[in-house]
Design a protein around this ligand. Structure first.
Ligand SMILES: Nc1ncnc2c1ncn2[C@@H]1O[C@H](COP(=O)(O)OP(=O)(O)OP(=O)(O)O)[C@@H](O)[C@H]1O
Length: 368
């Protein structure tokens, strides 16, 4: 294990007496000082992973390591971990200072030290001078910051955040995304953030783990996951996608929507059945004559920066287009795209095999 590893899961499984298997053989290593996000739909097991790291839930099988020490049986209060909960779990009858000081008082830290550490934590989250305020006098964003101050005042090595922004309205949520990311970088601690919001995950993380049904589907940087989703689930969950069935003709040609197209070599077998992804922003509207695909415009929404245009081809496949240009509903148009825009996915490929395949086919920018 490398020195920077702070948490390692080795074949971690969690099941309940009623037979529900919530986590299936989870393996990962997290490094010190990074911002990680566990992303997936409701019920996929995100919170269970956080609870196992915090020590609130014990795995049924497998091992959890903190640095190189196995911690399966270490009680929650002896772990270098603090959690920020979705509802913040602040005490309404205590003021801001006392909310932040609470954990230190339980640990019987000296009064002078409490005063100094709480003030420092409040300053860190830009709430210096707010100590005497009641919680009811604080806004949603400010409460969020109190909850974070309460976590960092204990100086833990890891901060767990369970959907901490979901109670905030959209504008504040975006502001807090910047703020949390900036705070994590200033603190230099490991943050593990849980969300079902892909935009949040893409905006904030060093690394994302995409989960579904108790399994890690894919992990990687936001850019890697967005550009190279491993399967339909990930492609659909991260960003917006056009996904259709296809066949690999040879290394540089692929067939879908009833036609053949030039593509970039991705190490597939000839005649292999594949899934094809093209992102809406990679489709460009052109004339019917020039279009690689000919589609009919179904609906059109103005999204501020672009038009979101839903179209369909002669086989009934839907093609979503993000375009700066408007189209006319009912009109036939052409869609153009680069060979690089065609992303092919092998059916039922594991993440390990996917990584190997991309490595052997030089899937990076210097490959050109
Ligand atoms: N004590 C329990 N007994 C049986 N099943 C449980 C128990 N606790 C949790 N589960 C189940 O485990 C699964 C994963 O729950 P978990 O809270 O980890 O999901 P999640 O991805 O965090 O979802 P959400 O976003 O809705 O919080 C769910 O299907 C849940 O019903």
């Amino acid at each position: 294990m490398d020195n920077n590893t702070i948490i390692r899961f080795e074949n971690v499984t969690k099941s309940y007496d009623d037979g529900t298997v919530v986590l299936k053989n989870i393996n990962f290593e997290l490094e010190k000082g990074k911002f990680y996000t566990l992303l997936g739909p409701s019920g996929c097991g995100k919170t269970t992973i956080l609870r196992i790291i915090a020590g609130f839930t014990e795995p049924t099988d497998g091992s959890v390591f903190f640095h190189d020490k196995k911690i399966n049986n270490v009680p929650a209060n002896e772990r270098q971990v603090n959690t920020v909960f979705q509802d913040y779990a602040l005490f309404p009858h205590l003021n801001v200072f006392e909310n932040v000081a609470f954990g230190l008082r339980i640990k019987k830290v000296k009064e002078v030290e409490i005063e100094q550490r709480v003030q420092e934590a409040l300053k860190f989250v830009n709430l210096a001078g707010y100590g005497n305020r009641e919680i009811s006098e604080m806004s949603g964003g400010q409460r969020q910051r109190v909850a974070i101050a309460r976590a960092i005042v204990n100086d833990p090595e890891i901060i767990l955040l369970d959907e901490p922004l979901s109670a905030l309205d959209l504008k504040l949520r975006t502001e807090m995304q910047y703020e949390l990311r900036e705070l994590q970088q200033r603190l230099g601690k490991t943050f593990i953030f849980v969300t079902h919001d892909q935009e949040e995950a893409l905006a904030m993380s060093d690394e994302i783990f995409v989960l579904s049904n108790g399994e890690i589907q894919q992990s990687g940087t936001p850019v890697d996951i967005y550009d190279e989703p491993i399967n339909r689930f990930v492609a659909d969950f991260i960003g917006e996608s056009n996904i259709v069935d296809g066949i690999m003709i040879d290394d540089f040609r692929v067939r879908f929507a009833g036609k053949e197209f030039e593509c970039v070599d991705q190490g597939m077998q000839k005649n292999e059945k594949i899934d094809i992804v093209i992102r809406p922003e990679d489709l460009e509207i052109t004339t019917v004559e020039k279009g690689k695909l000919v589609v009919t415009v179904d609906t059109q929404l103005f999204r501020g920066v672009h038009y979101e245009i839903s179209t369909y081809d002669q086989d009934g496949n839907e093609w979503l287009v993000h375009s700066l240009r408007k189209a006319e509903v009912g009109q036939q148009i052409g869609l153009d795209f680069d060979p690089e825009a065609i992303h092919v996915m092998r059916l039922n490929e594991t993440e390990e095999d996917f990584d190997k395949r991309l490595e052997s086919y030089g899937d990076d920018d210097d490959a050109n």
